[in-house]
Design a protein around this ligand. Sequence first.
Ligand code: DOR
Ligand code: ZN
Length: 345
Amino acid sequence: MSTTLTLRRPDDWHLHLRDGAMLKGVLPETARHFARAIIMPNLVPPVVKSSDAAAYRDRIMAALPDGMSFEPLMTLYLTEDTDADDVAAAHASGLVKAVKLYPAGATTNSASGVRDFDKVRGVLERMAEIGLPLCVHGEVTDNDIDIFDREAVFIDRVLDPIRRKTPGLRVVMEHITTQDGVEYAASGGDDLGATITTHHLVINRNDILVGGIKPHYYCLPVAKREEHRLALRKAATSGDPTYFLGTDSAPHVDALKEHACGCAGCFTATNTLSILAEVFEQEDALGRLEAFTSLNGPRFYGLPVNEDTITLTKGDPVTYPEKLDTGDGPVTVFDPKMPLHWRVT
Ligand code: DOR
Ligand code: ZN
């Protein structure tokens, strides 16, 4: 049996790096293994204009330790006031690789997101014209919709109508968590892709709620029932180019996770590749890991695949710190609740 696995260097197509001391703390965890990442714009205040994205990119590069290389792929946060000309200029200059749609109130720092989808119609049409992808947080926020149904309802009520009204719009369904998401993504042809996180391949809703509430497994979209986790594993390990890795690694300090109103987010940057190798091995799909981590994403975004490689070696269980110390405080590293045997060497 093979005990080493060489892959083209992976990219992370959905990542939260935050800012300031947290950025400095978490960036090496990703840059150690990943060449590029799509950087989420939900800072406070959000990254709305091209000038915000340029300044944020500079802060990321300034936080990168000497000797590490990493390319942040910047995004803009879509608001009802977004200027289509500014978006088009940011795309033309190569600065911005996607625009992020947060339904207002759906998740962390989404208050400036979109309430009335008709108000962003002009921007979406412009994006379809110029071929700039829209990354979508796919959950409705209606109070009368159960949180476990929010993704499926979003597909019917929001995403499908937007796609019908905007032919040619390239869409990434971010962090899909349901069989419904898996199926809809597969139905969309080359203009539709979907990212899948590491943690949604590992946990279901029982992991959050059975035997005491586990705040470090709480994220949005929330993990669903087991049949959905199995559908995600099947999709991720299928080799189908529709699906690619977006870790949604989302650091929050422990004080804000272990709280009466705990923040959403799992921090997986530190051990993602070891977890993924374990999952793909369990699914007898190690030969398709590279497609998920390193090939399908660049293909969707029309970017070259990375030329260099990483090697994973199988051996004794991997050790990694339980917490990452950042200048803002400790951040708990995602616990996959299984021994991991593949380490990046
Ligand atoms: O769990 C999540 N955390 N989901 C999101 O959509 C946002 C993210 C964050 O920024 O913390
Ligand atoms: Zn996210």
